[in-house]
Design a protein around this ligand. Structure first.
Ligand SMILES: Nc1ccn([C@@H]2O[C@H](COP(=O)(O)OP(=O)(O)OP(=O)(O)O)[C@@H](O)[C@H]2O)c(=O)n1
Ligand SMILES: [Mg+2]
Length: 432
Protein backbone atom coordinates (compact mmCIF):
# COMPACT_ATOMS: atom_id res chain seq x y z
CA UNK A 1 0.00 0.00 0.00
CA UNK A 2 2.67 2.41 1.03
CA UNK A 3 4.66 1.56 -2.04
CA UNK A 4 1.68 2.52 -4.20
CA UNK A 5 1.27 5.81 -2.36
CA UNK A 6 4.91 6.61 -2.71
CA UNK A 7 4.79 6.18 -6.45
CA UNK A 8 2.60 9.22 -7.03
CA UNK A 9 2.93 11.27 -3.86
CA UNK A 10 5.42 14.09 -4.45
CA UNK A 11 8.53 13.43 -2.43
CA UNK A 12 9.07 16.10 0.17
CA UNK A 13 5.34 16.90 -0.08
CA UNK A 14 3.04 16.20 2.82
CA UNK A 15 5.06 16.11 6.00
CA UNK A 16 2.74 13.56 7.63
CA UNK A 17 3.34 11.10 4.85
CA UNK A 18 7.09 11.57 5.07
CA UNK A 19 6.92 10.74 8.75
CA UNK A 20 4.79 7.72 7.99
CA UNK A 21 7.28 6.60 5.40
CA UNK A 22 10.11 6.93 7.85
CA UNK A 23 8.49 4.84 10.50
CA UNK A 24 7.00 2.25 8.21
CA UNK A 25 9.76 2.12 5.70
CA UNK A 26 10.15 2.29 2.03
CA UNK A 27 10.26 -1.32 1.06
CA UNK A 28 11.54 -2.93 -2.10
CA UNK A 29 12.61 -6.46 -2.90
CA UNK A 30 16.19 -7.10 -3.83
CA UNK A 31 16.91 -10.10 -6.01
CA UNK A 32 20.39 -9.91 -7.43
CA UNK A 33 23.16 -12.43 -8.14
CA UNK A 34 25.34 -10.81 -5.44
CA UNK A 35 22.53 -11.26 -2.92
CA UNK A 36 21.84 -14.84 -4.01
CA UNK A 37 25.53 -15.67 -3.70
CA UNK A 38 25.37 -15.04 0.07
CA UNK A 39 23.10 -18.03 0.60
CA UNK A 40 25.72 -20.59 1.55
CA UNK A 41 24.96 -23.77 3.49
CA UNK A 42 26.07 -21.94 6.64
CA UNK A 43 23.74 -18.99 6.12
CA UNK A 44 20.82 -21.25 5.26
CA UNK A 45 21.29 -23.19 8.52
CA UNK A 46 21.62 -19.96 10.50
CA UNK A 47 18.42 -18.45 9.12
CA UNK A 48 16.56 -21.71 9.79
CA UNK A 49 17.70 -21.70 13.43
CA UNK A 50 16.53 -18.14 14.02
CA UNK A 51 13.24 -18.74 12.20
CA UNK A 52 12.49 -21.80 14.30
CA UNK A 53 12.82 -19.71 17.48
CA UNK A 54 10.84 -16.83 15.98
CA UNK A 55 13.72 -14.40 16.14
CA UNK A 56 14.09 -12.02 13.24
CA UNK A 57 17.45 -11.86 11.56
CA UNK A 58 18.53 -9.39 8.88
CA UNK A 59 21.65 -8.30 7.07
CA UNK A 60 22.74 -4.92 8.42
CA UNK A 61 24.73 -1.81 7.55
CA UNK A 62 27.58 -1.80 5.05
CA UNK A 63 26.70 -5.11 3.41
CA UNK A 64 23.23 -3.83 2.49
CA UNK A 65 24.78 -0.72 0.96
CA UNK A 66 27.17 -2.83 -1.11
CA UNK A 67 24.46 -5.22 -2.30
CA UNK A 68 22.27 -2.32 -3.42
CA UNK A 69 25.27 -1.01 -5.31
CA UNK A 70 25.65 -4.35 -7.09
CA UNK A 71 28.78 -5.26 -5.15
CA UNK A 72 29.34 -8.49 -3.23
CA UNK A 73 30.19 -7.34 0.33
CA UNK A 74 33.55 -8.26 1.84
CA UNK A 75 32.06 -8.84 5.28
CA UNK A 76 28.43 -9.29 6.20
CA UNK A 77 27.04 -8.22 9.57
CA UNK A 78 23.75 -9.54 10.85
CA UNK A 79 21.32 -7.90 13.27
CA UNK A 80 18.57 -9.38 15.43
CA UNK A 81 16.28 -8.33 18.27
CA UNK A 82 17.34 -11.52 20.11
CA UNK A 83 19.61 -10.78 23.08
CA UNK A 84 23.08 -12.33 23.30
CA UNK A 85 21.69 -14.72 25.96
CA UNK A 86 18.86 -15.82 23.67
CA UNK A 87 21.30 -16.27 20.80
CA UNK A 88 23.66 -18.31 22.94
CA UNK A 89 20.75 -20.45 24.09
CA UNK A 90 19.51 -21.24 20.62
CA UNK A 91 22.98 -21.83 19.18
CA UNK A 92 24.05 -24.06 22.05
CA UNK A 93 20.83 -26.07 21.82
CA UNK A 94 21.57 -26.69 18.14
CA UNK A 95 25.18 -27.64 18.89
CA UNK A 96 26.59 -24.65 17.01
CA UNK A 97 30.07 -23.53 18.03
CA UNK A 98 30.61 -19.89 19.00
CA UNK A 99 33.95 -18.23 18.57
CA UNK A 100 35.66 -15.09 19.83
CA UNK A 101 33.45 -13.91 22.70
CA UNK A 102 35.01 -10.44 22.89
CA UNK A 103 32.09 -8.74 21.15
CA UNK A 104 29.49 -10.01 23.59
CA UNK A 105 29.48 -6.85 25.76
CA UNK A 106 28.38 -4.91 22.70
CA UNK A 107 25.88 -7.58 21.75
CA UNK A 108 27.88 -9.44 19.13
CA UNK A 109 27.93 -13.22 18.94
CA UNK A 110 30.02 -15.04 16.37
CA UNK A 111 28.53 -18.35 15.29
CA UNK A 112 30.48 -20.87 13.24
CA UNK A 113 28.46 -22.95 10.80
CA UNK A 114 29.78 -25.04 7.92
CA UNK A 115 33.25 -23.51 8.39
CA UNK A 116 31.96 -19.96 8.09
CA UNK A 117 31.79 -17.29 10.79
CA UNK A 118 28.66 -15.22 11.19
CA UNK A 119 28.70 -12.05 13.32
CA UNK A 120 25.28 -11.36 14.72
CA UNK A 121 24.63 -8.26 16.80
CA UNK A 122 21.64 -7.54 19.01
CA UNK A 123 19.79 -4.35 18.04
CA UNK A 124 21.13 -1.63 20.29
CA UNK A 125 21.15 1.97 21.31
CA UNK A 126 24.43 3.61 22.21
CA UNK A 127 23.56 5.17 25.58
CA UNK A 128 26.86 6.69 26.57
CA UNK A 129 29.49 7.53 24.01
CA UNK A 130 32.79 9.25 24.62
CA UNK A 131 33.64 9.77 20.98
CA UNK A 132 35.49 6.47 20.81
CA UNK A 133 33.67 3.76 22.73
CA UNK A 134 30.00 3.23 23.47
CA UNK A 135 28.03 1.78 26.35
CA UNK A 136 25.10 0.00 24.85
CA UNK A 137 21.54 -0.90 25.70
CA UNK A 138 19.75 -3.62 23.77
CA UNK A 139 16.48 -2.89 22.00
CA UNK A 140 13.94 -4.69 19.83
CA UNK A 141 13.30 -1.58 17.74
CA UNK A 142 14.97 -1.78 14.32
CA UNK A 143 14.62 1.95 13.73
CA UNK A 144 16.48 2.77 16.97
CA UNK A 145 19.37 0.61 15.81
CA UNK A 146 19.34 2.32 12.41
CA UNK A 147 19.35 5.68 14.16
CA UNK A 148 22.64 5.07 15.99
CA UNK A 149 24.51 4.31 12.75
CA UNK A 150 26.69 6.83 11.00
CA UNK A 151 25.47 7.46 7.46
CA UNK A 152 22.05 6.96 5.89
CA UNK A 153 23.58 4.65 3.27
CA UNK A 154 24.94 2.50 6.12
CA UNK A 155 21.72 2.42 8.14
CA UNK A 156 19.65 -0.10 6.18
CA UNK A 157 18.66 -3.72 6.84
CA UNK A 158 17.88 -6.46 4.37
CA UNK A 159 15.62 -9.44 5.06
CA UNK A 160 16.45 -12.81 3.54
CA UNK A 161 13.43 -12.56 1.25
CA UNK A 162 15.03 -9.44 -0.25
CA UNK A 163 12.94 -6.89 1.66
CA UNK A 164 14.78 -3.64 2.25
CA UNK A 165 14.19 -1.87 5.55
CA UNK A 166 15.21 1.71 5.09
CA UNK A 167 14.32 4.22 7.80
CA UNK A 168 16.37 7.22 6.74
CA UNK A 169 16.18 7.32 2.94
CA UNK A 170 19.49 5.54 2.60
CA UNK A 171 18.45 3.95 -0.68
CA UNK A 172 17.51 7.31 -2.18
CA UNK A 173 20.80 8.76 -1.00
CA UNK A 174 22.68 5.85 -2.48
CA UNK A 175 20.93 6.27 -5.82
CA UNK A 176 21.49 10.03 -5.75
CA UNK A 177 25.08 9.49 -4.56
CA UNK A 178 24.64 11.56 -1.42
CA UNK A 179 26.65 10.97 1.73
CA UNK A 180 24.57 12.15 4.66
CA UNK A 181 24.74 11.48 8.37
CA UNK A 182 21.70 9.94 10.02
CA UNK A 183 19.96 12.86 11.75
CA UNK A 184 22.35 15.55 12.95
CA UNK A 185 25.90 15.34 11.68
CA UNK A 186 27.23 16.91 14.87
CA UNK A 187 25.61 14.32 17.12
CA UNK A 188 26.73 11.37 14.99
CA UNK A 189 30.29 12.70 14.87
CA UNK A 190 30.45 13.32 18.60
CA UNK A 191 29.44 9.71 19.20
CA UNK A 192 32.52 8.53 17.33
CA UNK A 193 34.93 11.06 15.84
CA UNK A 194 36.30 8.49 13.44
CA UNK A 195 33.08 9.05 11.51
CA UNK A 196 34.65 12.25 10.17
CA UNK A 197 37.06 10.10 8.19
CA UNK A 198 34.34 7.61 7.32
CA UNK A 199 32.40 10.48 5.76
CA UNK A 200 35.38 11.24 3.50
CA UNK A 201 35.95 7.58 2.71
CA UNK A 202 32.37 6.94 1.62
CA UNK A 203 32.31 10.19 -0.30
CA UNK A 204 35.24 8.82 -2.30
CA UNK A 205 33.43 5.55 -2.72
CA UNK A 206 29.99 6.62 -3.94
CA UNK A 207 30.07 10.19 -5.31
CA UNK A 208 30.61 10.68 -9.06
CA UNK A 209 31.40 14.36 -9.37
CA UNK A 210 33.08 16.21 -6.56
CA UNK A 211 32.21 19.40 -4.82
CA UNK A 212 28.73 18.77 -3.53
CA UNK A 213 28.75 18.70 0.28
CA UNK A 214 26.06 19.61 2.73
CA UNK A 215 27.29 22.85 4.43
CA UNK A 216 25.92 21.70 7.79
CA UNK A 217 28.00 18.53 7.52
CA UNK A 218 31.17 20.42 6.67
CA UNK A 219 30.59 22.84 9.55
CA UNK A 220 30.06 19.92 11.96
CA UNK A 221 33.30 18.32 10.76
CA UNK A 222 35.29 21.54 11.17
CA UNK A 223 33.86 22.17 14.65
CA UNK A 224 34.62 18.64 15.81
CA UNK A 225 37.91 17.90 14.07
CA UNK A 226 39.75 18.22 17.38
CA UNK A 227 37.87 15.16 18.65
CA UNK A 228 40.00 13.00 16.37
CA UNK A 229 42.92 13.72 18.68
CA UNK A 230 41.45 11.15 21.07
CA UNK A 231 41.00 8.40 18.47
CA UNK A 232 43.64 5.69 18.21
CA UNK A 233 46.23 5.95 15.46
CA UNK A 234 45.50 2.44 14.24
CA UNK A 235 41.82 3.22 13.56
CA UNK A 236 42.71 6.49 11.85
CA UNK A 237 45.33 4.85 9.65
CA UNK A 238 42.85 2.21 8.43
CA UNK A 239 40.46 4.93 7.25
CA UNK A 240 43.14 7.26 5.90
CA UNK A 241 44.60 4.50 3.76
CA UNK A 242 41.22 3.80 2.23
CA UNK A 243 40.76 7.51 1.46
CA UNK A 244 44.20 7.63 -0.16
CA UNK A 245 43.47 4.79 -2.58
CA UNK A 246 39.86 5.82 -3.25
CA UNK A 247 38.33 8.21 -5.75
CA UNK A 248 38.53 12.01 -5.49
CA UNK A 249 41.54 11.79 -3.22
CA UNK A 250 42.85 15.18 -4.28
CA UNK A 251 39.59 16.89 -3.40
CA UNK A 252 39.32 15.00 -0.11
CA UNK A 253 42.84 15.68 1.15
CA UNK A 254 42.42 19.38 0.38
CA UNK A 255 39.18 19.28 2.32
CA UNK A 256 40.95 17.61 5.29
CA UNK A 257 43.29 20.60 5.34
CA UNK A 258 40.62 23.24 4.68
CA UNK A 259 38.44 21.92 7.51
CA UNK A 260 41.34 21.68 9.97
CA UNK A 261 41.19 17.88 10.26
CA UNK A 262 44.70 17.18 8.95
CA UNK A 263 46.76 17.96 12.11
CA UNK A 264 44.59 15.64 14.22
CA UNK A 265 45.20 12.65 11.97
CA UNK A 266 48.98 12.90 11.89
CA UNK A 267 49.34 14.82 8.63
CA UNK A 268 52.06 17.50 8.54
CA UNK A 269 50.77 20.97 9.40
CA UNK A 270 52.88 22.68 6.75
CA UNK A 271 52.31 20.16 4.00
CA UNK A 272 53.41 20.73 0.48
CA UNK A 273 50.01 20.73 -1.22
CA UNK A 274 51.46 21.77 -4.60
CA UNK A 275 53.61 18.65 -4.61
CA UNK A 276 50.57 16.63 -3.55
CA UNK A 277 48.55 18.05 -6.49
CA UNK A 278 51.31 17.08 -8.90
CA UNK A 279 51.78 13.60 -7.50
CA UNK A 280 48.07 12.82 -7.28
CA UNK A 281 47.94 13.40 -11.05
CA UNK A 282 51.06 11.30 -11.61
CA UNK A 283 49.74 8.24 -9.79
CA UNK A 284 46.32 8.21 -11.43
CA UNK A 285 45.55 4.75 -12.78
CA UNK A 286 48.79 3.29 -11.40
CA UNK A 287 47.33 1.77 -8.19
CA UNK A 288 49.83 3.42 -5.83
CA UNK A 289 50.28 2.28 -2.25
CA UNK A 290 48.66 4.72 0.20
CA UNK A 291 52.10 5.83 1.41
CA UNK A 292 53.26 6.69 -2.10
CA UNK A 293 50.73 9.46 -2.38
CA UNK A 294 50.96 10.45 1.26
CA UNK A 295 54.72 10.98 0.92
CA UNK A 296 54.04 13.97 -1.32
CA UNK A 297 52.72 15.86 1.72
CA UNK A 298 56.02 15.48 3.54
CA UNK A 299 58.76 18.07 3.23
CA UNK A 300 61.38 16.01 5.08
CA UNK A 301 61.94 12.53 6.49
CA UNK A 302 61.12 13.88 9.92
CA UNK A 303 57.49 14.22 8.84
CA UNK A 304 57.37 10.45 8.19
CA UNK A 305 58.58 9.76 11.73
CA UNK A 306 55.98 12.13 13.18
CA UNK A 307 53.24 10.38 11.21
CA UNK A 308 54.49 7.02 12.46
CA UNK A 309 54.44 8.24 16.05
CA UNK A 310 50.78 9.22 15.71
CA UNK A 311 49.43 6.43 13.47
CA UNK A 312 51.68 3.44 14.27
CA UNK A 313 52.16 2.54 10.64
CA UNK A 314 53.92 -0.68 9.64
CA UNK A 315 57.69 -0.82 9.25
CA UNK A 316 57.27 -1.45 5.55
CA UNK A 317 55.05 1.61 5.12
CA UNK A 318 57.45 3.76 7.11
CA UNK A 319 60.43 2.62 5.04
CA UNK A 320 58.58 3.37 1.83
CA UNK A 321 57.78 6.90 3.04
CA UNK A 322 61.38 7.52 4.10
CA UNK A 323 62.66 6.12 0.82
CA UNK A 324 60.43 8.28 -1.38
CA UNK A 325 61.21 11.46 0.53
CA UNK A 326 64.93 10.72 0.31
CA UNK A 327 65.15 9.76 -3.36
CA UNK A 328 62.30 11.60 -5.12
CA UNK A 329 64.68 14.30 -6.41
CA UNK A 330 67.83 12.15 -6.71
CA UNK A 331 66.93 9.21 -8.91
CA UNK A 332 65.62 11.29 -11.78
CA UNK A 333 68.39 12.34 -14.15
CA UNK A 334 70.36 9.65 -15.93
CA UNK A 335 74.02 10.48 -16.68
CA UNK A 336 74.69 11.83 -20.19
CA UNK A 337 73.75 9.35 -22.88
CA UNK A 338 72.57 6.69 -20.42
CA UNK A 339 69.14 5.06 -20.51
CA UNK A 340 66.63 6.90 -18.27
CA UNK A 341 66.09 3.72 -16.25
CA UNK A 342 69.82 3.47 -15.46
CA UNK A 343 69.87 5.34 -12.11
CA UNK A 344 67.05 3.13 -10.81
CA UNK A 345 68.77 -0.04 -11.98
CA UNK A 346 72.06 1.06 -10.40
CA UNK A 347 70.24 1.72 -7.19
CA UNK A 348 68.72 -1.76 -7.19
CA UNK A 349 72.05 -3.37 -7.96
CA UNK A 350 73.67 -1.59 -5.00
CA UNK A 351 70.81 -1.87 -2.56
CA UNK A 352 70.04 -5.59 -2.60
CA UNK A 353 67.29 -5.32 0.05
CA UNK A 354 64.41 -7.72 -0.67
CA UNK A 355 61.68 -5.08 -1.09
CA UNK A 356 63.87 -2.51 -2.88
CA UNK A 357 62.29 -3.25 -6.28
CA UNK A 358 58.80 -2.62 -4.90
CA UNK A 359 59.97 0.69 -3.41
CA UNK A 360 61.57 1.82 -6.66
CA UNK A 361 58.36 0.92 -8.50
CA UNK A 362 56.41 3.16 -6.12
CA UNK A 363 58.97 5.93 -6.64
CA UNK A 364 58.43 5.75 -10.41
CA UNK A 365 54.69 6.10 -9.84
CA UNK A 366 55.35 9.09 -7.60
CA UNK A 367 57.53 10.69 -10.26
CA UNK A 368 54.92 10.04 -12.95
CA UNK A 369 57.08 7.77 -15.09
CA UNK A 370 54.74 4.88 -16.06
CA UNK A 371 56.75 3.88 -19.14
CA UNK A 372 59.87 3.41 -17.00
CA UNK A 373 57.81 1.52 -14.47
CA UNK A 374 56.72 -0.96 -17.15
CA UNK A 375 60.33 -1.27 -18.31
CA UNK A 376 61.52 -1.91 -14.77
CA UNK A 377 58.89 -4.57 -14.26
CA UNK A 378 60.27 -6.46 -17.27
CA UNK A 379 63.84 -6.22 -15.95
CA UNK A 380 65.49 -8.31 -13.27
CA UNK A 381 68.69 -7.51 -11.38
CA UNK A 382 71.56 -9.25 -13.24
CA UNK A 383 74.14 -11.05 -11.09
CA UNK A 384 77.57 -9.37 -10.86
CA UNK A 385 79.83 -11.93 -12.60
CA UNK A 386 83.04 -11.57 -10.52
CA UNK A 387 83.59 -12.92 -6.99
CA UNK A 388 86.40 -12.57 -4.45
CA UNK A 389 87.27 -16.14 -5.25
CA UNK A 390 87.89 -15.19 -8.91
CA UNK A 391 90.24 -12.40 -7.80
CA UNK A 392 92.16 -14.71 -5.51
CA UNK A 393 92.62 -17.12 -8.39
CA UNK A 394 93.83 -14.18 -10.48
CA UNK A 395 96.61 -13.66 -7.94
CA UNK A 396 95.21 -10.98 -5.59
CA UNK A 397 95.83 -12.10 -2.03
CA UNK A 398 95.14 -9.20 0.33
CA UNK A 399 91.54 -9.09 1.55
CA UNK A 400 91.56 -5.28 1.58
CA UNK A 401 92.72 -5.18 -2.00
CA UNK A 402 90.07 -7.68 -3.06
CA UNK A 403 87.35 -5.47 -1.54
CA UNK A 404 88.60 -2.35 -3.33
CA UNK A 405 89.01 -4.17 -6.64
CA UNK A 406 85.56 -5.69 -6.47
CA UNK A 407 84.11 -2.20 -5.99
CA UNK A 408 86.06 -0.85 -8.98
CA UNK A 409 84.99 -3.74 -11.19
CA UNK A 410 81.42 -3.38 -10.08
CA UNK A 411 81.47 0.33 -11.09
CA UNK A 412 82.96 -0.58 -14.43
CA UNK A 413 80.34 -3.27 -14.96
CA UNK A 414 77.55 -0.77 -14.08
CA UNK A 415 78.99 1.76 -16.54
CA UNK A 416 78.89 -0.91 -19.27
CA UNK A 417 75.17 -1.29 -18.70
CA UNK A 418 75.83 -4.65 -16.91
CA UNK A 419 77.05 -6.11 -20.20
CA UNK A 420 80.70 -6.87 -19.37
CA UNK A 421 81.36 -10.50 -18.64
CA UNK A 422 83.72 -12.14 -16.16
CA UNK A 423 86.74 -12.61 -18.45
CA UNK A 424 86.60 -9.03 -19.71
CA UNK A 425 86.44 -7.68 -16.18
CA UNK A 426 89.23 -9.92 -14.93
CA UNK A 427 91.44 -8.80 -17.81
CA UNK A 428 91.62 -5.38 -16.09
CA UNK A 429 92.94 -7.04 -12.95
CA UNK A 430 95.55 -8.95 -14.86
CA UNK A 431 96.70 -5.76 -16.60
CA UNK A 432 97.22 -3.88 -13.30
N1 LIG B 1 32.14 4.43 13.28
C1 LIG B 1 31.18 3.64 12.83
C2 LIG B 1 31.50 2.38 12.28
C3 LIG B 1 30.47 1.56 11.83
N2 LIG B 1 29.19 1.98 11.94
C4 LIG B 1 28.08 1.09 11.50
O1 LIG B 1 28.49 -0.27 11.48
C5 LIG B 1 28.41 -0.81 10.16
C6 LIG B 1 29.54 -1.79 9.90
O2 LIG B 1 30.79 -1.16 10.10
P1 LIG B 1 32.10 -1.49 9.27
O3 LIG B 1 32.11 -2.90 8.84
O4 LIG B 1 33.23 -0.94 10.05
O5 LIG B 1 31.98 -0.53 7.99
P2 LIG B 1 31.17 -0.73 6.66
O6 LIG B 1 30.20 0.40 6.54
O7 LIG B 1 30.61 -2.09 6.58
O8 LIG B 1 32.29 -0.52 5.55
P3 LIG B 1 33.28 -1.61 4.93
O9 LIG B 1 32.69 -1.93 3.60
O10 LIG B 1 34.56 -0.89 4.81
O11 LIG B 1 33.31 -2.77 5.87
C7 LIG B 1 28.42 0.43 9.27
O12 LIG B 1 27.85 0.19 8.00
C8 LIG B 1 27.59 1.40 10.09
O13 LIG B 1 26.22 1.10 10.03
C9 LIG B 1 28.89 3.23 12.48
O14 LIG B 1 27.72 3.58 12.54
N3 LIG B 1 29.89 4.02 12.93
MG1 LIG C 1 31.68 -3.88 6.90
Amino acid sequence: MLRCLRRWWPSGGWAGLRLLERRHLFTMKLQSPEFQSLFTEGLKSLTELFKKENHELRIAGGAVRDLLNGVKPQDVDFATPATPEQMKGLLQAAGVRMVNNKGEKHGTITARLHNENFEITTLRIDVVTDGRHAEVEFTTDWQKDAERRDLTINSMFLGFDGTLYDYFNGYEDLKNKKVRFVGHAKKRIQEDYLRILRYFRFYGRIVDTVGDHDPETLAAIAENARGLAGVSGERIWVELKKILVGNHVNHLIHLLYDLGVAPYVGLPASASLEEFDRVSQHVEGLSPRPMTLLASLFRAQDDVSKLDLRLKISKEEKNLGLFIVKYRRDLVEAPDGAEPLKPYQDFLIDCREPDAAARVAELLKYQGRPALLRELQRWSVPPFPVSGHDLRRAGVSSGKEIGALLQQLRDQWKRSGYRMEKEELLSFVRKT
